[in-house]
Each structure stands twice: as structure tokens, then as C-alpha cells.
Design a binder for this molecule. Structure first.
Ligand SMILES: NC(=O)c1ccc[n+]([C@@H]2O[C@H](COP(=O)([O-])OP(=O)(O)OC[C@H]3O[C@@H](n4cnc5c(N)ncnc54)[C@H](OP(=O)(O)O)[C@@H]3O)[C@@H](O)[C@H]2O)c1
Length: 281
């Protein structure tokens, strides 16, 4: 069933609840803008924050979380926090160490979701075994991957014990990832969209503008609603309070099947980020 409220959750295959909607903080540097954005989002009802070791902002995210929890009068358990192990740390011992370092910077006792950031060939299996260990020890609520194509998932599932609970990938109307989504669905892996707004590059697209006018919503809201109706978790980034509010205000309308189709048809298999089958970092 499609989410009806900003705090509605999807249930991962291991039973953990994950909010359909959250805040991303890629490219937001340490400092007051970051702390404010995280605090503001939580105050306005966001219950999920997505960061990564490579963003270099886990300390500020932690600060924003502490301030946000206080401002909203909620507890740590009410929040869903994600971070990711960077490529340079992929390996059994190094991944375990990276997890501790992320926790230390965030000032948290546990993460709700820890992801392998990129599928570096020859490295992700050992890193996954570390994530499995953290999960079995109860140190992390859920484990998953990011930027994994079907063949990466197949390889991982062949060589390891626990199936990823989440796959976070680039996903927006120019990159609809139908095959990957179907595969994840068949395997009980929750798909999550990064750069859902195509980093702001879709916000004057004419077909989307027509749909936005029809529902009296912004293009950003139309795209984010399309994510949710497609069963995809979404984590748009903004540091501006009015956009943090706007992006989350998508639970009071429903896109028709015809408009969902129209948005799907904008697909061009076009990426704004690196190709998971051809990257060199
Ligand atoms: N796993 C991965 O490899 C990976 C890669 C990339 C991103 N991510 C995650 O996904 C999150 C989201 O992706 P993203 O940050 O790349 O891009 P995005 O969310 O698609 O777009 C963010 C851009 O759109 C602008 N924006 C946001 N809301 C808007 C609105 N309502 N109207 C107009 N402009 C708006 C933001 O500017 P302002 O801040 O000025 O509002 C920012 O420039 C990241 O922050 C990160 O947490 C993960």
C-alpha cells in the first residue's frame, strides 16, 4: 500500500521498519548549514537521514541528529540512520574498523542501515562478510548495498550467507531501472533512490511541469511521489528549510496510473552519477 504519511515505513525482509522518505546530505560540508538541515528535517517530521563516510560530514550529521531529537522530543529509536563504508575501506577488518569510525563520528551506538557504497570488484564480498558479522552481533539493524547491478547482487548472494536488505541506486525519471527494480522485488530487496531529483536537473522539464500544474504541486513533489508510488524509498537532499518542507509534502495526493506511466516514459537510461559497471575510484 502506498505511504500516507511522512513517517510511514516499509518493512525490510528481516522485519525492520524503514521510512519511505528521508533526507540526503551528499555534498553538504561540516558546519552550521549541515547541522541546521538535519535538525530542521527532524523537526518537520523526517525520520530518516542518509549519510556516508566519504561525505566527510558524519560529525555534523550526528550533531544535527542530537539537536533534532531534542527539538522534536523523540528518541534515538524513532530515527533511522544510514551510513556507508567507502571503497578504500572494503575488506573484512578494514570494514569493521570503518563502522566503528562512523559510529564514533556520528556519536551513535548503532546504525539502522549500513551499506557497501560501491561494488568494487574483488573487494565487496569480504566487506559484506564484515557487515554480516556486525548484523549477527546485533550492532546494526539492517545491512545493504549501494550501486549494485543485478550481476553484483547475484555474485554476492552466491558467495555469502545473508541477502542484502536494501539496494540504494541512482533512480529518477531519466533512469527508471525497471529490470533492477523487478529483480530486487523478486528477491525481497528494498530499492532506494539516490539523486531522486536528478540533482536538480529535472525541475523545469515540460512534461513534468504539466503534471505538476494538474495536481498543483511542484515538479520535485511529483517526482518524489512517483518514487513512493513505485515502492521506492527516497532521500532527496536540501539544506533549505522551505524545500525540506516542500519535498515531504507529498502524502496528500495520488498520481493516476496514466501519469505514473507518463513519468516512466521519460526514461532515457541517463545517469548523472558514475556507472556501477565502469568506475575507477
Ligand atoms: N549511494 C550513492 O552512491 C549516492 C550517490 C549520490 C547521492 N546519494 C544520496 O542521495 C541523496 C540525494 O541525492 P543528491 O543529493 O545527489 O541529489 P537530489 O536529492 O536529486 O537533488 C539535490 C539538489 O536538488 C536541490 N533541491 C532539493 N529539493 C528541491 C526543490 N524542492 N526544489 C528545487 N531544488 C531542490 C538541492 O538544492 P538545495 O540544497 O539548495 O535545496 C540540491 O541541489 C544524497 O544527498 C545522498 O544522501 C547516494
Amino acid at each position: 500500500m502506498t505511504a500516507k504519511h511522512l513517517q510511514d515505513t516499509t518493512t525490510l525482509y528481516n522485519g525492520v521498519s524503514m521510512p519511505w522518505f528521508g533526507l540526503g546530505v551528499f555534498k553538504v560540508e561540516e558546519g552550521p548549514e549541515l547541522v541546521n538541515a538535519v535538525r530542521t528535517a527532524i523537526r518537520h517530521g523526517y525520520r530518516s537521514i542518509d549519510t556516508a563516510a566519504i561525505y566527510g560530514n558524519e560529525e555534523g550529521v550526528g550533531q544535527g541528529i542530537r539537536e533534532g531529537l531534542e527539538a522534536a522530543g523523540i528518541k534515538r529509536e524513532d530515527l533511522f540512520v544510514t551510513s556507508k563504508v567507502w571503497n578504500a575501506d572494503l575488506g573484512y577488518e578494514s570494514t569493521l574498523k570503518a563502522y566503528e569510525e562512523s559510529l564514533r563520528k556520528l556519536g551513535l551506538e548503532y546504525l539502522d542501515l549500513y551499506l557497501i557504497h560501491w561494488p568494487v570488484e574483488g573487494k565487496y564480498t569480504e566487506a559484506w562478510k564484515a557487515l554480516e558479522m556486525l548484523y549477527k552481533q546485533g550492532r546494526v539493524k539492517a545491512i545493504g548495498v549501494s550501486n549494485f547491478q543485478i550481476h553484483h547482487l547475484e555474485q554476492l548472494m552466491k558467495e555469502t550467507e545473508i541477502k542484502p536488505m536494501v539496494n540504494q541506486v541512482e533512480y529518477h525519471p531519466r533512469l527508471t531501472q525497471k529490470e533492477l527494480q523487478a529483480y530486487c522485488q523478486e528477491n525481497g530487496i528494498q530499492l532506494e533512490a539516490w539523486s531522486p531529483l536528478m540533482q536538480g536537473q529535472l525541475l523545469d522539464q515540460e512534461d513534468l511541469l504539466r503534471i505538476a500544474e494538474k495536481y498543483q504541486k511542484s515538479i520535485a513533489q511529483i517526482i518524489l511521489r512517483w518514487d513512493i508510488q513505485n515502492g521506492v524509498v527516497t532521500i532527496p537532499k536540501s539544506t533549505k528549510e522551505h524545500r525540506i518542507i516542500e519535498n515531504a509534502d507529498i502524502f496528500d495526493f495520488e498520481l493516476s496510473a496514466e501519469d505514473m506511466q507518463r513519468i516512466d516514459s521519460l526514461n532515457q537510461n541517463h545517469r548523472v552519477g558514475p556507472d556501477p559497471d565502469n568506475f575507477d575510484f
